[in-house]
Each structure stands twice: as C-alpha cells, then as structure tokens.
Write a protein that binds this ligand. Structure first.
Ligand code: HEM
Length: 205
C-alpha cells in the first residue's frame, strides 16, 4: 500500500473516531439514556468534547517535537475544525434546548453570567482560526498566519476558565484538564522545546 493511501486511511479513521461522541450522544438520546435532564446533558457533553478535542489539537505540535514525526501535524487542522464543530453544537444546544431559542434571553445571559461571556469569547476566537485554517489562507497570510493561530492557546485558556467557573475548582473533574493544558503550554516554551529536541537527537545518534 502506498504511503499516501495509508495516510488517507489514517485520516479517515481519525475523522470517524471524532464523530463517535456525537453518534453516541444521539443514540443515547433516542434510547432515552441521557439522564434526568437530557437538555443539560447535551450542553455538557458537547462542551466537554469541544474542550477535549481542542486540547488534543494543541497536543499535536508537542507530539511532533517529542517523537520527531511530522505525521501529527497532518491531524491538527481536522482536530481544530472538530473542536469548532462541537463548540457550535454546544452553543446551539444551549440556545435552543436550554433557552428555547430566545436570542434576547441569550444576550441577557451574556451580560449576566461571566462564565458565558468567557465561553462565548472562546467560541468567537475559534471562528477566524477555522476560517483561515486552509492552505490557501496559510499562503495568503504568510508569517501573520502563525501569529494568528497562536490564538488557539488563548481559546484553550478561555475554555478552561469557562469550565473552572462552572464547576468550581473544588471539583476534581476539572483538574486533569487543567494539568494537561498546563503541560501543553509549558512544552511550547522555547527553552523546554529546545531541551526536548536536543534530548531526542542525542538518543537517535
Ligand atoms: C459559545 C458560547 C458558549 C456558551 C453560551 C456556553 C455555555 C455553557 C453552559 C450553559 C454550560 C452548562 C452549564 C451547567 O452545567 O449548568 C457549559 C458547559 C461547558 N462548556 Fe460551554 N459555553 C460556550 C462555549 C464553550 C466553549 C468554546 C468551550 C470549549 C472550548 C466550552 C466548554 C464547556 C465545558 C467543558 C463545559 C462543562 C461540561 C460539563 O459539565 O461536563 N464552552 N457551557
């Protein structure tokens, strides 16, 4: 099998795996297995997957640095777009299922609840990243593209803040995510990056 074909099969597999949370949620909804508050379960589930996939997306560059394989980078765009997709589902579920499609109420909630403002800002920031994620935009923006796409870290920090605000720091469920995000941010520091790269090249020789 040609390397291109193998890479294409891997990409399709990742694509289908990322669709699984939505398929499972829909199956559970049809079987009435979303718990006592199905609307809230859909909002929570889609928010959680948007955040998990965003963290996975951020993990691709550190994985390339650690392993020395650039294959990870080929999944980055798909992961970013999937994170945006789940974030859009999350916002839609919140607006339609919890607020009954009342947009005036949504704007009231935006003013009233700071955690909604933070979540909304994270989502807004994801949009230009999704739109400019194509090769065409990458060429068009040149170096500016790299600077713009650093905003993905701001999105992740805002997503984390939104999660912490909701769950309160005392809830253990938040901590693994905060630790993963912290580690991913530390791995992006130039000094840490160069230590990891030189350790890997020393091991290879
Ligand atoms: C677009 C604007 C957004 C709005 C209006 C919004 C609103 C909400 C609401 C109402 C909840 C559930 C609150 C509750 O449990 O009572 C929630 C949960 C959550 N949201 Fe958002 N959110 C937004 C964007 C985001 C984004 C962009 C992310 C991630 C990148 C995110 C991640 C989460 C997470 C992780 C949870 C907690 C899930 C859980 O409890 O298991 N949200 N959000």
């Amino acid at each position: 099998m040609s390397p291109q074909r193998r890479a294409a099969i891997k990409r399709v597999t990742v694509f289908l795996i990322l669709l699984l949370p939505l398929i499972l949620m829909m199956a559970n909804a049809m079987l009435n297995r979303l718990g006592p508050d199905p609307a809230k379960a859909v909002v929570d589930n889609t928010g959680l997957w948007a955040f998990r996939i965003l963290l996975l997306c951020l993990a691709m560059t550190p994985l390339r640095i650690i392993t020395g394989h650039s294959i990870w980078i080929s999944y980055r765009r798909m992961l970013g777009l999937y994170a945006l997709f789940y974030a859009c589902l999350h916002l839609s579920a919140y607006a339609i299922l919890l607020l009954g499609g009342d947009l005036a109420q949504l704007s009231k909630e935006l003013v009233k609840r700071p955690y909604i403002v933070v979540g909304f800002s994270a989502w807004l920031l994801m949009i230009p990243l999704g739109v400019t994620s194509t090769k065409r935009w990458q060429k068009r923006l040149g170096k500016k593209w790299l600077h713009l796409h650093k905003a993905v870290y701001v999105t992740a920090v805002l997503g984390m803040l939104h999660f912490i605000w909701l769950k309160k720091l005392g809830i253990w469920a938040v901590w693994p995510y905060a630790l993963i995000l912290g580690a991913l941010l530390i791995l992006r520091l130039p000094v840490v990056k160069s230590v990891v790269t030189s350790t890997r090249t020393k091991k290879a020789t």
